[in-house]
Design a protein around this ligand. Sequence first.
Ligand SMILES: *Cc1c(COP(=O)(O)O)cnc(C)c1O
Length: 363
Amino acid sequence: MKINFIDLQAQYKKYEKEINSEVLEVFASAQFIGGEKLNSLEKNLAVYTGAKHAIGCSSGTDALLLALMALDIGVGDEVITTPFTFIATAEVVALLGAKSVFVDIDEESYNIDPSKIEAAITKKTKAIIPVSLYGQCADMEAINSIAKKYSITVIEDACQSFGATYRGKKSCNLSTISCTSFFPSKPLGAYGDGGAIFTDNDELSAKMRMLLNHGQNERYKHKYIGINGRLDAVQAAILNVKLKHFEEEVRLRDEIGSRYSDLLEDADVITPKIADGNTSVYAQYSIRVKDREAMVEKLSKLGVPTAVHYPLPLHMQEAFKDLGYSVGDFPISEIVSKEIMSLPMSAYLSEAEQDFVVQAIKG
Ligand SMILES: *Cc1c(COP(=O)(O)O)cnc(C)c1O
């Protein structure tokens, strides 16, 4: 059996007619940047999440960058985040000349441990970026209440959690600013790069809209130094089609994720723990195994692709050596990064494929 890690072709086949017709409309209109497709996507994203403003942009990375720029974060400022994430979360902090201050993760959720945040706050702390990893939201209420006490802004890195819910509310509507990614393999994926920023704050929204278009408030009048961070109309058109079917995909992902956990209950692995009141979109279905190398090799021989998110925590990356951290500083991130591995996951993973993966793990 040949199993895809993420089956994007099956998804395309399902929506092929709709996607083709939407994309051809963009080609015929020659409205490639901005326009109706983007406006309509932004409206639909706001309705879906419940956030007042949704702003399409060029990627999840740029969404995070624009959020920090809108808050005037730069040299001399500190931003608290987790070392157990994709590099983009902390990369944008460094690009602006600010400093990432890492806080270890919780061993059950793999998200930032709120009980360790206060000890990391200094006079220089301007923002906290909790990452809603693998599709489950961080403990946003606990984080928001700490942030409020110290007048710090919270930016949810929701690049993996679009569609997830936290205590009945949607990810991307849980903090002052939220950022998501439409990278093709994310739960809601475009056919290229893309992202979005969410906020209820009118001023921040207006500022981020300008920043992503070279800081323009009107054509060739520049209020800020910005970037070219726009989402193009072709991606917006594709995302609009996929968003229509997204709730159904979220349901399927939830079913498949829960089924993995049931089937793996008696296996010698640690399955994801979804906190009461949360739903996960399983951007990754990640398990922990004692001997990862052996497991990856065993599965690979049977034709089961796997991936590791992420093998080296950020405090141990060469790119962040100037932050001055050492091995041992974040023990939970370090142990999880040695044991974690992700299994094939998508809304179109069949039961037969899933049974095959599970048998391969147990065999
Ligand atoms: C994918 C991802 C990003 C970056 O998104 P891009 O669209 O690839 O730039 C940032 N943070 C996390 C946690 C991600 O998974």
